[in-house]
Design a binder for this molecule. Structure first.
Ligand code: CUA
Length: 154
């Protein structure tokens, strides 16, 4: 009887230990589960934020030869894009004229016949701008005008 009794006690002890181990096994995944939600935000933070790719500023030089004669400019309309560097080779053909584009600070002063004055500027604003003859050149001088069109680049 004593042996059987000890055996029962031993079995209860072993069974109790196994139950404790099972309980410990059950707890382990819970610990992992507690840990995993903490890791998830870290993974999200590690993703690099999408930043817009900066377009490199490319300045195109646009060159024009502008002829001045009584009482017009040739060409009378110049078209460029915003951001362009504009180079004007301004020539007087018949008499002395002047080229004035005040919106971009361009002013040649008197340009004698047969000579050329070069002016450069950056078309840094969009719109339609008037240029005109700045030196009296005859009866039609007030009508000697032209147009610069600066298109928005997009
Ligand atoms: Cu041409 Cu004034």
């Amino acid at each position: 009887m004593k042996k059987i009794f000890l055996l029962i006690i031993l079995l209860i002890f072993i069974f109790g230990c196994t139950q404790q181990q099972k309980n410990l096994e059950k707890r382990e995944p819970i610990t992992v589960q507690i840990g995993s939600p903490q890791r998830q935000p870290q993974i999200i933070q590690q993703e690099p934020p999408q930043s817009p790719v900066n377009k490199p500023i490319v300045r195109t030089v646009k060159e024009f030869t502008v002829e001045m004669k009584q009482f017009s400019f040739s060409p009378s309309t110049i078209v460029v894009n915003n951001g362009d560097k504009v180079k004007l080779k301004i020539t007087a053909v018949d008499v002395t004229h002047g080229f004035s584009l005040p919106d971009f600070g361009v002013e040649t002063g008197p340009v004698a016949p047969g000579t050329t004055v070069t002016k450069e500027f950056t078309a840094d604003k969009s719109g339609t701008f008037k240029f005109e003859c700045s030196v009296y050149c005859g009866s039609g001088h007030p009508e000697m005008e032209g147009t610069l069109i600066v298109n928005m680049e997009g």
